[in-house]
Design a protein around this ligand. Structure first.
Ligand code: GAP
Length: 511
């Protein structure tokens, strides 16, 4: 199956099995906005809980926060979002489609990279074992030309964006003869910056004011820094964690839930003594990668991507990328944000945002290391990593979602073999005993084989089947999702066995 087919399959699986639906679908949907269905919401809640437990519950010096989405508009002026949070956009006059100019250029670079890879592959076949790929790409004139073209794009884009000279970017698009994928023409408008923040109106007694929907949850943490520090008597280094919705006017909607207009972030700002930020940056960079691996994600599908171009507030930044079917893409960012945000809020609000350090006897504006992960991207990662088609011994195929059992939407499905002869009564009793501790699924309809397949597709790690022997000896069949192994166990052993397999402790202990 090609990567594109695999991705399409994931999207249709999400709809068929109640994970994700397009928003307002009966009205033809809304681009880049999605709803989480009955299984999606459970998985999303569990992923959020994993993050929260590992960040807040597992660290004495990290506490939580739930700040409002609406904030005083001055917050966004201070943070730099009003003036600088924008994307360079270009329209094709024939197709009337709008594109991100930087993405058009990056896609062009990807095509050049493909050509380089093909050249190297061909040469490797030609030269056999003695082939030195590095030497070849450093000396082959054609490959050198390709690399020069990639760096020209990087440099021009950087200069254009940094100096605000967007004509440079348009000229480069024309020079590279990039065409619109829809119309196939090079009939482009000028490049313009579009701010990504949504605004709305708030009516008060003294009139209307413009408000923004927050584009990141982080600013709610910064403006509450002193409230939390003082009321919680927090000592530096300490962190404040928050999860919640963020909104961005992503004009070019792409790749399902990868780039949405309304999405959820899980962010933690870690406040440190100035001068120690690089130590903490390294600590959080390692810790966050470990966190992803603890979920069972294949190490080869994860990598760091250091930011070469740093945002004006950062002195170091790295992304954790995952190998999605459409290539390695960012799931999480770790940023050393210096004292930029607290410093700006101090300046714009006129209120001191300082910490008195009893160890050094000094007042200072703390430095901040941020970890920021998109919950929706983490959700998509789980699907890409764990949704597999397996060919069984009898030649049939089953689709199984091999999600970590702790995160599965349902932990156990309770399935009476038939709808009569006292079997449903036993099944219901089991359901009523287990439901206090586990999310249980109850189903009587269809053959047992079909019911097992449905549970495999939504990732339920255990199925419990109640049959005629259960009436005699109070035992049931326990079926394991991944191995499909079935074993007979006593009803009163079920709780202990399932608890062990789906315990948060088991997962958090891997950290
Ligand atoms: N406070 C820092 C910040 O917001 P960011 O790199 O812009 O940094 C952090 O966003 C994370 O939020 C990203 O790594 C990504 O997982 C997620 N994210 C950003 N934009 C998104 C979008 N349009 N749709 C889904 N997730 C998004």
């Amino acid at each position: 199956m090609s990567a594109e087919e695999q991705f399409k399959k994931i999207i249709s699986h999400c709809k068929e099995y109640g994970f994700i639906f397009p928003s307002s679908e009966i009205y033809e949907g809304l681009a880049a906005v999605y709803d989480y269905g009955q299984n999606g919401v459970e998985l999303k809640n569990n992923l959020r809980q994993y993050w929260w437990k590992s960040m807040v519950q597992m660290h004495q010096n990290i506490v939580g926060l739930d700040s409002a989405i609406f904030m005083q508009p001055k917050v966004w002026k201070a943070s730099g979002h009003v003036d600088g949070f924008s994307d360079p956009m270009i329209d094709n006059k024939d197709s009337k489609k709008r594109y991100r100019a930087d993405v058009l250029l990056e896609e062009h670079q990807d095509k050049i990279q493909d050509k380089i890879d093909k050249e190297i592959e061909k040469a490797a076949k030609r030269f056999g074992d003695s082939f030195d790929a590095k030497l070849y790409s450093d000396t082959n004139p054609r490959i050198m030309e390709y690399y020069a073209s990639i760096s020209l794009i990087d440099n021009t884009l950087k200069t254009g964006l940094e100096t605000g000279n967007l004509d440079l970017i348009k000229a480069l698009i024309e020079q590279l003869e990039i065409v619109c994928p829809i119309s196939g023409t090079k009939n482009w408008t000028d490049v313009r910056q579009f701010n990504l923040m949504y605004s709305t109106q708030m009516t008060a007694t003294d009139g209307e004011s413009e408000l923004y929907l927050r584009p990141e949850t982080a600013q709610g943490i910064f403006v509450n820094f002193l409230n939390v520090q003082k009321s919680g008597r927090m000592k530096i280094p300490f962190g404040i964690a928050q999860t919640g919705k963020a909104f961005r006017n992503e004009i070019v909607a792409r790749q399902f839930i990868m780039r949405m207009k309304e999405f959820e972030q899980m962010e933690m700002q870690f406040f440190v003594r100035p001068g120690t930020e690089m130590e903490w940056y390294t600590y959080w960079k390692d810790t966050r990668l470990k966190w992803h691996k603890a979920l069972g994600t294949n190490t080869e599908n994860l990598k760091y991507h250091d930011h070469l171009k740093l945002a004006h507030y950062a002195n170091a930044a790295v992304d954790i990328e995952y190998k999605f079917p459409f290539g390695f893409k960012e799931v999480e960012g770790i940023h050393s944000r210096t004292d930029f945000d607290l410093g700006r809020h101090q300046e714009f609000s006129g209120k001191k945002l300082q910490y008195f350090d009893p160890e050094t006897n000094q007042n200072y504006v703390p430095y901040v290391v941020e970890t920021s992960i998109g919950l929706d991207r983490l959700f998509l990662l789980q699907l890409c990593e764990n949704l597999v088609d397996e060919v069984l011994e009898n030649g049939e195929t089953r689709t199984v979602f091999k999600i970590n059992p702790v995160l599965a939407p349902y932990k156990v499905a309770i399935l009476p073999l038939v709808k009569k002869d006292g079997l449903p009564e036993i099944a219901e009793k089991i359901y009523n005993d287990l439901k206090f501790d586990f999310n249980c699924f109850y189903e009587e309809k269809d053959t047992i084989g079909k019911r097992y397949r449905r549970q495999d597709a939504i990732g339920t790690p255990f199925c419990v089947t109640i049959d005629y022997d259960s009436v005699q000896d109070s035992s049931v069949t326990l079926r394991y999702r991944d191995s499909m192994e079935q074993k007979r166990i006593k009803i009163d052993e079920l709780h202990g066995l399932i608890s062990e397999e789906v315990s948060w402790k088991k997962l958090l202990n891997n950290l």
